[in-house]
Design a protein around this ligand. Structure first.
Ligand SMILES: *Cc1c(COP(=O)(O)O)cnc(C)c1O
Length: 378
């Protein structure tokens, strides 16, 4: 091998992050309170145009808080996109609620509105109205929020939008995460911007976000001693991580542009190859292209197996990965209810995520191109 590893998606710092961290040290705000936390919250609200933001330690924690704020508890039903990362659905189980998984549609790979409505009707008929809809903008592609929003309104069920992979994505200029009652973001190490670990809960409901901060700091009542009347969590972000986030947010638009250029690079590379399918943006949709993904049709050309492709890239020290394995296929969720067909399952079987970092160099891209061309015998 000898050549350095090309990662799927690795951290990419700008110029201000380290300066901000040094400032946090110099002023001794090395704590889960401090000026960078407040600034990061304001900057995120400015960016997505959602009025209020609580920054926390992870996207998973943000989803957990959203469920708490919607009063989701034991045996309640939450309708959740099946085709996602487990961070979306684990918090449903933390609340001892019941995740019900919904298939995807083929246009955006996200929650299928028809399957969603079937599920809603089914549970209302059984006298168990779902408590929330958890929709995901996977790989940065916005879900069909117009259709899903209309269903949420008709049946009066609140939406939690998992925009962990979709910071910088929008529909007709409106940011992902701003359509539902709650939107959540993630700043984990592989996301489009990172604070090493971190997340955010956003809402236009000021008192809900104030309560989220209260719950995220062990739910301390207003008293000189430590008084607690409800269950809280230690979920608040560190001022150090927020210092990194403030710097990262300044370069977010550059990162989106670089990721979109990666997608274009792959599109050009596979232009004349049969059996390779891309995820195109529907009219008015803008994806941050967090990860560039393709589907390989195995029937037309036996050689185009996603697993053979992945192993070939690995030999050249290039990381790639299958698409997310749907939650209804996970051993953890054996027995969970599922509505829909086999779209999510087929995506998992046919798909592969290609190296997509905003820090890929031209040299990296040449290596990737050469490796892919060898695989395809071009
Ligand atoms: C990363 C991610 C999460 C969880 O975010 P963390 O910050 O890692 O807890 C949730 N949902 C999706 C779709 C994600 O990609």
């Amino acid at each position: 091998m000898g050549q350095s590893k090309i990662w799927l998606s690795s951290p990419h710092m700008g110029t201000e992050e380290l300066k901000n961290v040094q400032e946090a040290f110099a002023t001794n705000w090395v704590a889960p309170v401090g000026p960078f936390i407040n600034q990061f919250e304001r900057d995120l609200s400015d960016y997505t145009q959602v009025k209020h933001t609580a920054v926390v330690q992870s996207g998973t924690a943000a989803i957990h808080l959203a469920l708490r704020l919607l009063d989701v508890g034991k045996d309640d039903i939450v309708l959740c996109q099946s085709f996602t990362f487990i961070g979306s659905s684990n918090p449903i189980s933390y609340q001892q609620a019941q995740p019900v998984f919904i298939d995807s549609e083929t246009e955006t790979w996200n929650m299928c509105p028809e399957a969603l409505e079937t599920a809603i009707k089914h549970f209302i008929k059984c006298g168990k109205k779902p408590k929330a809809i958890l929709v995901v903008h996977l790989y940065g592609m916005p879900a069909k929020m117009k259709e899903i929003g209309a269903l949420a309104e008709r049946y009066e069920i609140p939406i939690i939008e998992d925009a962990a992979e979709a910071l910088g994505s929008s529909i007709e200029g409106q940011a992902c995460g701003s359509f539902g009652v709650f939107g959540i973001l993630s700043f984990n190490g592989n996301k489009i911007i990172t604070t090493s670990g971190g997340g955010a809960l956003q809402s236009n409901d000021e008192s809900a976000i104030a309560k989220a901060r209260f719950l995220a700091m062990q739910a301390k009542d207003n008293a000189p001693h430590y008084e607690h009347s409800t269950l809280g969590y230690n979920y608040r972000i560190s001022n150090i991580a927020a210092a990194i986030g403030v710097g990262q947010l300044q370069v977010l638009d550059d990162r989106v542009a670089a990721r979109r250029a990666n997608y274009k690079f792959y599109e050009d590379l596979f232009k004349n190859v049969d059996g390779v399918q891309f995820l195109e943006e529907p009219q008015g949709y803008m994806s941050n292209r967090w990860l560039s993904c393709i589907l390989l049709e195995q029937s037309e050309n036996k050689k185009l197996s996603p697993e053979d492709f992945r192993l070939h890239l690995e030999q050249d020290n290039i990381e790639s990965r299958p698409l997310w394995k749907p939650m209804h296929m996970q051993p953890l969720y054996k027995g969970a209810a599922y509505f829909g067909g086999t779209i999510a399952e087929q995506l998992f079987q046919k798909g592969i995520c290609l190296p997509s970092g905003s820090n890929l160099t031209n040299h990296d891209k040449e290596r990737i191109q050469k490796s892919i061309q060898t695989f395809l015998n071009l």
